[in-house]
Design a protein around this ligand. Structure first.
Ligand code: MAN
Length: 625
């Protein structure tokens, strides 16, 4: 009854200002939470909300600003510092600046149109319609958060299993490593001992084979020297003869009478020129002057070439080859001159032709006189040649015997042992280095900051991509990012995952922002920086790249939706999720023991793992991977 009379009084005080109240009979522009502040005090006055002034109640919303804080005019535009409350029934209530009250514009935020209460501008009430849209959106968002949150719970479980599996694997590898290291070091010692023995055997072998070879060198050195001298002589004789015949043909070509047009002479000269073209030895002889003597062996060359069996034998064979080639040239030159001698036209009396043929016949006669003695020498040289060939064979045999494959049984056993130890050592060493690689790769993963609940571990090696007009962009979690040309398939490295973002808390502290991933140090940009990609993550029920931009040259920004960053489920939703996930089968590739442990393990297990990581020399890094 008392309350009713207060209201009556209130309405009476406002009778002079019919606009002070809204259609609900409440003070216009005031939020329900503040209604109590707009009640007359004991003296029936209104106290400005800053407490600085008291005014009579009819001055509330009288379109005149009385309070310093504008609190007496919540429903008009009289104060430039007051706020007008739009109830927006059916949608979300909002405050707008009171200068927007009755300004002739239907404010978007004030969907109930209450800001234009004067009636000059008519505003439709759109709150129901907007509220329904907003509610639908909210429902959808809730559904996304639930589905995303459920998937996140699934990922958390997976991350936990993977983390446990990794630490188990590491433990196992560390256990394996110790005995293997011992084995490798023992094998290394054994290998080194046997290698010392091997060196002794080889040096013994070399020593004995050198001795045997020296004996052969000594025995056959003289034969090699004789054979060398014989071949050198023969080569010199042949060279002299070739030079003589070349001289005849050279003079003939210069002096013959062309007017006779003797075909036999023309042919001899043409054949000679052909031979000049083909044989460098004939060319050499033709360049020699008439007074040049055949090369005379100098003492120094002889000393060098006859210094040893091998040098003598090598020189002998070289001279033998040269003599053979010269003998061929001599034969061809003789044939040219013999043909000329047979066929030239004797009626022409060409002195150059007669001179050449006569000289040829006389040289042939001289050479044939020494034929018998030359044949004798030749026969003897053939014997030397054979002896030397036998000696060479024996030398090769010695070399083959000094080869490790034909050793006495005792030494052969050592060599075979060494072979086996070496192969065991290499096999075990490679096993050890593969274990070490395994350990450091697991260690590297475990040292990463894998996000809250190690959630990013569950996504490791998973890649997401988007195709835009020119390029396909691919991002792999905890891995690399790539830009691939759609036309040319050219791959451009956009960087390796390096760090999360950072965010300042309200208290100004720096905190890791797991919703930002930075991929840095990609392929260098021509005239620009190394390429980099910055990914902004937002909650989504599925993993999806939304957009990629390149706001600065070679600096790419990507937006991605994924469940891993959705808000954690709580309360009933979480209980629901647990029921669903508990009923799901666990992937086959997970060890049973890991599954059980993951179910029961608490954060203490994670602490244990961190200890293990630290034991092997790691440190858990939280801001940079
Ligand atoms: C390539 C791409 C582009 C980049 C240019 C810079 O074409 O990686 O994204 O802007 O190189 O030269």
């Amino acid at each position: 009854m008392k309350l009713f009379s207060v209201f009556l009084m209130l309405y009476a005080t406002h009778a002079a200002n019919k606009f002070a109240l809204d259609s609900d009979g409440e003070i216009r522009g005031v939020a329900p939470k503040d209604y109590s502040k707009y009640k007359p005090n004991k003296e029936g006055l209104f106290q400005c909300l800053d407490g600085k002034k008291k005014i009579s109640f009819d001055r509330v919303n009288d379109d005149y600003c009385d309070c310093e804080d504008g609190s007496d005019e919540p429903g008009t535009s009289a104060c430039n510092n007051s706020k007008f409350y739009c109830k927006n029934v059916g949608h979300i209530p909002v405050y707008i600046g009171s200068e927007r009250v009755n300004d002739g514009v239907c404010d978007e935020e004030c969907c109930d149109g209450s800001d234009e209460w004067s009636g000059i501008t008519k505003c439709e009430n759109r709150c129901k319609e907007l509220g329904e849209v907003a509610k639908k959106k909210e429902k959808e968002q809730k559904e996304i958060y639930y589905m995303g949150g459920l998937e996140k719970e699934r990922l958390k479980r997976k991350a936990k299993r993977m983390h446990l599996q990794l630490s188990k694997d590491m433990e196992a590898k560390i256990k394996e490593k110790g005995p293997l290291e011992k084995e490798v070091s023992e094998l290394e010692k054994e290998k080194s001992t046997l290698e010392t023995k091997e060196r002794e055997i080889v040096s013994k072998l070399t020593e004995s084979s050198l001795k045997m070879k020296q004996e052969l060198y000594d025995k056959y050195k003289e034969t090699a020297v004789s054979f060398r001298r014989f071949n050198l002589d023969k080569k010199n004789i042949m060279e002299g003869r070739v030079t003589a015949l070349v001289g005849l043909l050279k003079d003939l070509a210069k002096d013959y009478n062309k007017e006779y047009d003797d075909k036999a002479v023309e042919k001899a000269i043409a054949d000679y020129n052909k031979l000049l073209d083909m044989s460098f030895r004939v060319r050499l002889a033709s360049n020699k002057g008439a007074d040049d003597h055949p090369d005379i062996e100098d003492d120094n060359t002889r000393r060098i070439e006859e210094d040893s069996f091998t040098s003598s034998e090598a020189a002998a064979n070289r001279y033998k080859y040269d003599a053979g080639e010269l003998a061929d040239d001599l034969k061809k030159l003789s044939e040219i001159l013999a043909e000329l001698e047979n066929n030239y036209n004797r009626n022409y009396h060409d002195l150059a032709v007669k001179g050449a043929t006569n000289e040829f016949l006389s040289l042939k006669k001289t050479w044939s006189e020494s034929e018998t003695s030359e044949a004798k020498k030749e026969a003897e040289a053939e014997k030397w040649d054979k002896t030397l060939q036998d000696a060479t064979k024996k030398l090769i045999e010695i070399d083959q015997k000094s080869d490790k494959s034909s050793l006495p049984p005792e030494e052969d056993k050592i060599m075979k042992q060494l072979e086996k130890v070496k192969s065991d050592y290499y096999a075990k060493s490679s096993e050890l280095s593969s274990i070490n690689n395994n350990i450091s790769s697991i260690n590297e993963t475990l040292l990463f900051d894998l996000g809250p609940d190690n959630i990013f571990l569950a996504l490791k090696d998973q890649c997401v991509s988007i195709e835009l007009s020119e390029y396909k962009y691919e991002v792999c979690f905890l891995g690399s990012a790539t830009q691939i040309g759609i036309k040319d398939y050219a791959n451009m490295n956009l960087g390796k995952f390096t760090k999360y973002g950072s965010i300042k808390t309200a208290s100004g502290e720096e905190q890791i922002d797991y919703k930002k991933l930075s991929y840095l140090n990609g392929a260098h940009c021509w005239n620009g920086p190394a390429r980099s990609l910055h990914v902004n993550l937002e909650c989504g029920k599925e993993t999806l790249v939304l957009s990629v931009m390149e706001p600065e040259k070679c600096e790419y920004h990507m937006k991605m939706k994924l469940p891993a960053v959705c808000p954690d489920l709580v309360g009933e939703q979480l209980q629901n999720a647990i029921k669903i996930l508990d009923s799901e089968p666990i992937p086959d590739d997970t060890e049973k023991s890991v599954v059980n442990e993951a179910k029961t393990s608490s954060t203490e297990d994670v602490d244990l793992l961190e200890e293990l990581v630290e034991d092997i020399g790691g440190d858990v890094v939280h801001d940079e991977l």
